[in-house]
Design a protein around this ligand. Sequence first.
Ligand code: S3P
Length: 435
Amino acid sequence: MEQTVRVTGPSTVSGTVTVPGDKSVSHRALLLAALAPGTSRITGLSNGADVVHTAAAIVTLGATLTTLDERTVEVTGGALHEPAAVIDTGNSGTGIRLIAGLAAGLNGLTVLQGDASIARRPMDRIAVPLRLMGAVVDGREGGRLPPISIRGGDLRGIDYAAPVSSAQVKSAILLAGLRAAGETIVREPVRSRAHTEEMLTVRGADLDVDGATVRLRPSQLTAVDEAVPGDPSQAAFWLVGAAALAGSDVTVEGIYLGHARGGFLDVLRRMGADVTVTESASVPRAWDVRVRAGELRGTDIEEHEIAGLVDEVPALAVAAALAHGVTTVRGAAELRVKESDRVATTAAMLRAFGTEVEELPDGLVITGGARLHPGRVDSHGDHRIAMAASILALAADGPSEIIGFEAVATSYPGFLQTLDSVTVDSVASGDPVGD
Ligand code: S3P
């Protein structure tokens, strides 16, 4: 059911928060545990619906999953087989593309589908390399759109120069490459997030990385426990709010800040925010980030930076709207094929509050500093648009409405509770208004 949430500004954001487990790490922890013989315990797993779908998918593929509590599971893997049912990946592009890669290495047929947004997401980017490896991939429009089918097994390694930097594409190829004959090489224009390479290495895969090139030889994985760090992409909403809303001061504890995930912090620093990063005392390989508000100024976000902040553009657009001067985002055409066309939906979200925005084919030109009025924003089924709008609403004087707020559950079911805890009293309407 569509849900409308009211967020009433003005408010600062202050306090110490934690965020859900990193979504990228959570998907991979489940899939790699499903491939590895033995039992892996995963703690701190994302509780978002995307990851819940991937957890169900590995069970359909033959893994055993025991839920110990909302964030802790044990997975026994190593005996995957042709699934007896169609796999539903929900809203998750990462889920459908990574599972397609894993399925390419299995004998038999796997059919993958998802929700209305997934049905629009391009699959040719994985179909092309997986076919080169020997899988038979089909789907709507010749395999371009889901539902897609993969008849896998008997693969050979390829040397693949990916036309766009995409961790989903890289990961699909590497998961298939685990079972392919010979070496699998993926070359990217700019190195995307590195979770798959990092997590495969920890699990004993025979792999090396040279710049933006990954080489993998066929490998049997070992079961390894995983403590999932917090998700920097969810932290970004609180940290952007802290940077841009005068008088704010937020610390997010225990987030991942490895390769290609912390680019938004560099942008916030450049815009004038006060950012402090310290090693987490409680979460291994994670960081606590404190941001205090500053007088923000516009900046240019260049093409080479996009791979390092690809999911943070809606959040950074909020900072841009509240900064003095112009912010440009270029080289970000990939945003047009995310959960929504994020160039268009980010622009529409900003305009709803009175910010001047120009849409480019591959980016945005945002003129910041205008006095904002309360907005009425449609999420277009995109969790990040709903969350970005909730933060920008805090800068407007009066109640804003966010329609389609239910999308937030794909990645951040506790978002509204945290919004309540970091803002002044009764900012978010306690009970979301059901439509
Ligand atoms: C992800 C990779 C990114 C990102 C997505 C998660 C991943 O997509 O937008 O939210 O976990 O591999 P692309 O790699 O297609 O850019």
